[in-house]
Write a protein that binds this ligand. Structure first.
Ligand SMILES: Cc1cc2nc3c(=O)[nH]c(=O)nc-3n(C[C@H](O)[C@H](O)[C@H](O)COP(=O)(O)OP(=O)(O)OC[C@H]3O[C@@H](n4cnc5c(N)ncnc54)[C@H](O)[C@@H]3O)c2cc1C
Length: 206
């Protein structure tokens, strides 16, 4: 059966960063046989109206929309083994760890684990996750943001949350960092509980 080991839902900073970190570990023996996918639906991200002057590593004056476009291309160019599922919005999640059914507007998928990294809007309506929704703990009440209740990004067995939806304040670096944190938690679990990071290193002559 065509089962994803991990399906990431959301192609904003948190989801893309999670996918890049998992993709960068592709040569590790405990990752080589893993099937990973990401729903890249970007229309609701606040990034489209954001202008970046305060994010480390991003040239001042960079448009948020360009970061999303480059992020998707970066993922495709370096880690094409990560399946990008473009322009599909997830409607419903059913099942439990090891056998989730993920239903989008167009298709149905099966996944062992899920990372939810969608916009923390009051209109959040992914069926199967609504019982975890609570008011956002670190955003002004007037913005009516929500988060998914979690402990260290774990909502329930096999369901992770990343980004502002995890209860983090809305800053690009924090959202992207939480996506990477979830990825390293998944990698550590795949690596039999050994703490795992993915670091590329300059050759000695550089
Ligand atoms: C006007 C503005 C200016 C900002 N300026 C800055 C700044 O200067 N510096 C800074 O650090 N931060 C800034 N930010 C904050 C930054 O944009 C956010 O912190 C960041 O976008 C959060 O990333 P995220 O991945 O958690 O969520 P999002 O960016 O919201 O990404 C979530 C993604 O999930 C997708 N999605 C939603 N529902 C579904 C679904 N059902 N199925 C599949 N996909 C779905 C959305 O389309 C979206 O692409 C700004 C934000 C705004 C609005």
């Amino acid at each position: 059966m065509n089962i994803f080991d991990v399906l990431i839902i959301g192609g904003g900073p948190a989801g893309l960063s999670c996918a890049l970190t998992l993709g960068s570990a592709g040569k590790k023996p405990f990752v080589a046989d893993k099937k990973i996918g990401i729903f890249i639906h970007q229309s609701e991200s606040g990034m489209h109206t954001a202008l970046f002057n305060n994010a480390l590593g991003i040239n001042p004056g960079t448009k948020g929309g360009d970061i999303l476009l480059h992020g998707q291309k970066h993922l495709f160019d370096l880690y094409p083994q990560i399946q990008q599922i473009s322009d599909e919005k997830v409607l419903k999640i059913d099942g439990k760890e090891g056998n989730f059914t993920v239903i989008s507007e167009q298709n149905t998928y099966t996944a062992k684990q899920i990372v939810v990294a969608v916009t923390p809007s009051a209109n959040f309506n992914i069926e199967g996750l609504l019982s975890y929704v609570a008011a956002h703990p670190k955003m002004p009440e007037a913005k009516k943001r929500i988060h998914l209740r979690n402990i260290d990004h774990v909502v329930a067995p096999g369901i992770f949350v990343a980004g502002v939806l995890a209860g983090h304040r809305s800053q690009f670096i924090i959202a992207a960092g939480s996506g990477a944190a979830v990825a390293t938690d998944i990698l550590s679990a795949w690596n039999e509980g050994n703490h795992t990071m993915v670091h590329d290193v300059l050759p000695a002559d550089k």
